[in-house]
Design a protein. Structure first.
Length: 281
DNA sequence: GTTTAACCCTGCACGC
DNA sequence: TGCGTGCAGGGTTAAA
């Protein structure tokens, strides 16, 4: 599942590859679930006509959302969901299964949206209306883009009484962290997933604050994570290299890289959580 | 205020 | 071998 690091890698690559390109043709393909991807639009034409002829002027990221700003005062908003992928390729390249949307540039090939599980979505909105998109409105602090102040961070933890894993994954608090990186951040900070936020000492909070930045920056450096069952691929179809540095995620039964205790897995709100019972307290 | 469960869909593992 | 069934997976949201 693409989380903040993967989405940021894609954003940076899009900035290099598609800014300045003009969309010659936009096609919502006739796949079984293509309409699910553009579910906010009433029909294909409504989506396609907003894009044709526009030039991409800049790329933004808000949490796990990618925003392609267009020179026609519209913005193309993309959320990759669980299995969404943006692929830059030549127009002549074979079309992969589950390719739902294709943007054809006047120069520079195509940008394709592929999504087997169709949890992702794309929509076009007037730039002036982006502030009214409720999913974007509710997003909390983006730890890379906005300064996550020590005061806000520690006060929020102290004022809530919720389990740490849930809080880290709460997009209204900090946006961009999902299941993989919440496990890795909590391991690095030495904090269990089920610790309640108001039980953290000031040194716990300090370690956690550092771990958020360190893990996310490292994951971006290695171009994200493509874990065993993850289908994440970058803009060029390559897997992320951070998988080899994972300390706990999907390492159930394997020795902890720090203390050799077998990594455990538990269920939290129907999600798998991986942790070291020795290093995390 | 917080937690839980259901929903969305596909691919894979497993059993017959 | 082939088919059918059940479940995992994450974000969101409604319900508890």
């Amino acid at each position: 599942m693409p989380e903040l690091p993967e989405v940021e890698v894609i954003r940076r690559d899009l900035e290099k590859e598609v800014v300045g390109r003009k969309i010659r043709k936009a096609e919502v393909r006739s796949t079984k679930n293509a309409m699910r991807i553009i579910r906010r639009h009433k029909n294909r034409k409504d989506f396609e006509s907003a894009l044709v002829g526009a030039k991409i002027s800049s790329i933004d990221r808000l949490g796990k959302y990618i925003l392609l700003h267009l020179d026609n005062q519209m913005a193309l908003v993309i959320h990759l969901g669980m299995s969404g992928q943006l692929l830059q390729c030549k127009a002549s390249a074979a079309v992969e299964n589950h390719t739902h949307v294709v943007l054809d540039f006047t120069v520079g090939g195509q940008l394709r949206y592929i999504d087997p599980r169709t949890f992702g979505e794309m929509f076009v909105s007037p730039k002036g209306d982006l502030g009214e998109v409720k999913e974007l409105q509710k997003l909390g602090i983006d730890p890379l883009e906005q300064p996550l102040t020590w005061q806000y961070f520690s006060e929020t933890l102290a004022n809530k009484k919720t389990k740490m894993k849930g809080l880290l994954m709460d997009q209204k608090f900090i946006c961009g962290i999902g299941n993989i990186y919440s496990d890795e951040i909590l391991f690095l900070a030495g904090i269990r997933h089920d610790r309640e936020s108001d039980s953290l000492s000031s040194s716990d909070v300090r370690r956690l604050y550092r771990a958020i930045h360190e893990i996310l920056q490292d994951a971006i450096k290695y171009r994200g994570t493509s874990a065993d069952d993850e289908q994440y691929r970058d803009l060029y179809g390559a897997v992320g290299e951070y998988s080899q540095f994972l300390k706990v995620y999907q390492r159930e039964g394997q020795p902890c890289r720090r203390c050799r205790t077998p990594v455990e897995r538990s269920r939290w709100s129907n999600r798998s959580t991986f942790y070291c019972p020795q290093c995390q307290v």
